[in-house]
Structure formats: structure tokens, C-alpha cells
Design a binder for this molecule. Structure first.
Ligand code: SAH
Length: 259
């Protein structure tokens, strides 16, 4: 039997940044909220859909790496719901791809609050698409792995050599979130299972006017990111599908920075 919940709130994916990538459902939920709790990676333009009388509370920290204490956000949400507010928790990309959406849902349910979820376009999809390349391709990639470069404190994190070996064997594209700050460690690990010439795209601020990107190889990754001064929030895509990026296709001889 499903548990009975007296209260509800809505977890909404705000997409990667471009407000036109919001779903219609997200726009409706934002417009009907009386309280919005907003993550840092959410573009302010998205809030133009909110009611002028809605209370907007900014929570969370840039990059989604260190966060406002989760307990504090949970408390704010739970209190607002119990006070009868229509609460929308607005999260960057998709609420259930990293960014701790799963933990929030667990805490809300424990407080007797059920959660509706509105999907958003995750930045891991928007990153390579913005360069005109797919994440899967019959010739180059049979699947995609979304993986975080940033583990919970005390967690040993991803086994990069193992993941690289699997990606090579199974022809998988790797889409790495929160990877810039541990790039050397990630790059080294991946190089033990994938060739140095494996194509890599790094896309910062995907879908926003401030988007910047670089196309490179695994062997050159650290150097390229340093040279181009790419920073968080960035998506790193590793795999042969990156060769489908416009700039790469235009000049396939060498890995280079995109226009
Ligand atoms: N739920 C989010 C991810 C949160 S984790 C989503 O689905 O997109 C935060 C990480 O997401 C960042 O460190 C970065 O790796 C990535 N990210 C979020 N927005 C981004 C953007 N516009 N461009 C590139 N990467 C982004």
C-alpha cells in the first residue's frame, strides 16, 4: 500500500541555462508557486515566470560541489510546505541527475511530504548537443555513462581506470559532471584504460550566451583546460562521438579549440 501524504511540493528541473529549454510543465509549476527555493546554477531568467508575489529564496552554491547545508534547505522546504505554501524547489538541469535531488525527496517524504518531479534537460545532454554532436552513434557509441567527478567526502569516488576500460570495451561515451576541479586525477585514471588520442569536449556554461568550449584529446585534456581557462560549471564528454562536433568535423586533422 502506498503511504498517505498530507502535503506535496514540486521538484522542478530548470534545464542547463537557456530559459527556452524549460519544459511547459516547469513553466506552469514555477508560475503557480508561492515559494521558490532556487539553486545557484539556475538562470535568473527562468524566474521571470514566477508570480510577482512569490517568495524567492536562493540556496545552494556554485557548481553544486559544496552546498548550503542540506539540512537547512530541507528545513526551509518542509516549513514552507507545512505553512500551506505552494513550494517549488528549482534545480539546475534535471533534478534527479546529481545535485542531490534524491536526498531531498527522501527527507521530504520522511516529513510526510510527497514530491512531484518535473524533469529538466540535464547539462550532460545540452553540452555536446550545443556543439552539434550526439552522445550515441551506431558507429561510435553504444551507450552513455553520466558520472560525477566529485564524490561525497569519505567516499573513494569513481574508479576511473575501471570505467575507462569498460567504456573502451563496451563503446560507451562518458559524460562527466563536476570534473574540472579533479581533472588531473580523472585524466590520469582514464588514460590507463583509454587511448591518449580519445576525443574530449569540455563545455562550460552550456546553452548560455557565456558558453565556452574546447575540443581536445584525453592526452591533452589537462593542458587544454588550463590553457583555455575553462572552469566550473563544465561538462566533460569523452569518446569518439566528440568527433561529430562541428569544429572537429570542419578540421579533423588536429584536436583544437572550437570557434
Ligand atoms: N542537476 C544538474 C547537475 C548538478 S551537478 C543537471 O542535470 O545538469 C552540477 C554540475 O553540473 C556542474 O559542476 C557541471 O558539471 C554541470 N553543469 C550544470 N549546468 C551546466 C552548464 N550550463 N554547463 C556545463 N555544465 C553544467
Amino acid at each position: 500500500m502506498s503511504p498517505h501524504f498530507a502535503y506535496r511540493c514540486t521538484l522542478v528541473g530548470a534545464g542547463p541555462g537557456d530559459p527556452e529549454l524549460l519544459t511547459l510543465k516547469a513553466v506552469k509549476a514555477i508560475a503557480s508557486a508561492t515559494v521558490l527555493l532556487v539553486d545557484d546554477l539556475v538562470n535568473d531568467a527562468v524566474l521571470s515566470h514566477a508570480s510577482p508575489t512569490a517568495r524567492i529564496v536562493h540556496v545552494g552554491k556554485r557548481g553544486g560541489c559544496q552546498s548550503t547545508p542540506q539540512g537547512f534547505i530541507d528545513k526551509l522546504m518542509i516549513n514552507a510546505v507545512h505553512e500551506g505554501e505552494r513550494v517549488v524547489r528549482l534545480k539546475g538541469g534535471d533534478p534527479f541527475i546529481f545535485g542531490r535531488g534524491g536526498e531531498e525527496v527522501e527527507h521530504l517524504r520522511q516529513a510526510g511530504i510527497d514530491v512531484d518531479v518535473v524533469n529538466g534537460i540535464t547539462s550532460g545532454l545540452a553540452g555536446l548537443s550545443s556543439l552539434g554532436a550526439p552522445l550515441t552513434h551506431r558507429e561510435h557509441a553504444h551507450g552513455v555513462v553520466f558520472v560525477t567527478g566529485h564524490a561525497k567526502p569519505g567516499d573513494s569516488g569513481t574508479d576511473w581506470p575501471q570505467l575507462a576500460a569498460t567504456a573502451r570495451q563496451a563503446k560507451l561515451t562518458l559524460v562527466i559532471y563536476m570534473g574540472v576541479s579533479s581533472l588531473e586525477h580523472i585524466g590520469q585514471g582514464l588514460l590507463s584504460g583509454l587511448p591518449a588520442q580519445t576525443p574530449v569536449a569540455v563545455v562550460q556554461n552550456a546553452s548560455l550566451p557565456t558558453q565556452r568550449e574546447a575540443l581536445t584529446t584525453l592526452g591533452e585534456l589537462v593542458h587544454t583546460v588550463q590553457r583555455e581557462q575553462l572552469e566550473s560549471p563544465s561538462i566533460i564528454v569523452v569518446g569518439d562521438v566528440v568527433q561529430g562536433a562541428r569544429a572537429w568535423t570542419a578540421q579533423p586533422q588536429t584536436a583544437q579549440k572550437a570557434a
